[in-house]
Design a protein around this ligand. Structure first.
Ligand code: HEC
Ligand code: HEC
Length: 195
């Protein structure tokens, strides 16, 4: 190997390393040291297979906890080109349940320059409320239809509910999303405007 080929080889290796770390940079480092073994393995598979079509932030910020993850993970498993086996899906599920049990919001919703109602609408969309709720015919049917929620519920109820659904209705299956006030308040304004 002459000097030139050697230098070029070094260059290519550096390039490959930097591309590789760039591709991984989206994956937040999660402290999995206390996770059960299945969740640990799930984290590895998640980092490889759940970031192929969208960023890791999409699932990591999704408003699911506990069993609600199963539907989401299985739906992704069935997407064409996911190459996720049933066994892998179950491990990813174990990781996400563990992760979401004590997570922090990874990314705040950007609402600069928006009116409170517009900001609230964006929070609604980005926090995945539509996975369970219908507004004007669009969304999932697990939760209450919110098309005219502003007629039946006032700000005080909505704020209290969204802050902690289980404090209002202990058996509620709506996840507590731990949203900061910065997102909760515009969200309430948006919901109150739905009449
Ligand atoms: C083959 C491509 C592909 C792979 C692999 C994939 N996703 Fe997705 N995912 C999508 C697409 C496309 C959407 C947006 C459309 C939709 O929701 O169906 C999406 C949306 C989502 C959403 C938001 C919608 C919802 O259900 O709340 C979550 C959460 C999610 N993915 C999680 C995951 C997880 C977890 C994995 C790994 C198990 C994964 N994805 C792997 C394509 C993929
Ligand atoms: C995993 C499903 C799920 C998600 C995600 C979810 N909810 Fe809910 N929500 C429910 C269910 C189910 C109820 C009905 C109460 C119950 O029995 O748990 C409910 C109740 C509500 C209510 C009270 C309705 C009433 O009049 O009593 C409001 C308001 C609401 N959700 C808003 C939201 C908003 C806003 C978001 C997003 C930040 C959201 N929900 C995310 C499932 C969900």
């Amino acid at each position: 190997m002459n000097k030139h080929t050697f230098l070029i080889t070094i260059l290519i290796v550096c390039l490959l390393i930097s591309i590789n770390s760039y591709a991984q940079s989206d994956i937040p480092s999660v402290d999995i040291s206390n996770y059960p073994i299945e969740a640990k393995e799930g984290y590895k598979i998640f980092s490889q297979k759940c970031v192929k079509c969208h960023s890791a932030a999409k699932p990591l910020n999704a408003p699911y906890s506990g069993d609600a993850w199963k539907t989401s993970v299985y739906r992704m498993m069935r997407k064409e080109g996911s190459f996720i086996t049933q066994k892998e899906a179950d491990k990813i599920y174990a990781f996400l349940v563990q992760y979401s049990s004590n997570r922090k919001i990874v990314q705040a919703v950007e609402t600069k320059g928006l009116s409170p109602i517009e900001a609230g609408k964006k929070v609604y969309q980005q926090r995945g409320c539509a996975a369970c709720h219908v507004i004007s015919g669009v969304g999932g049917k697990v939760g209450t239809d919110l098309t005219t929620i502003g007629k039946t519920r006032d700000r005080e109820f909505l704020y209290k509910w969204l802050k902690n659904p289980q404090a209002v209705k202990p058996a509620s299956i709506m996840p507590n999303l731990n949203l900061p006030d910065k997102e909760l308040k515009p969200l309430v304004e948006y919901l109150v405007s739905l009449r």
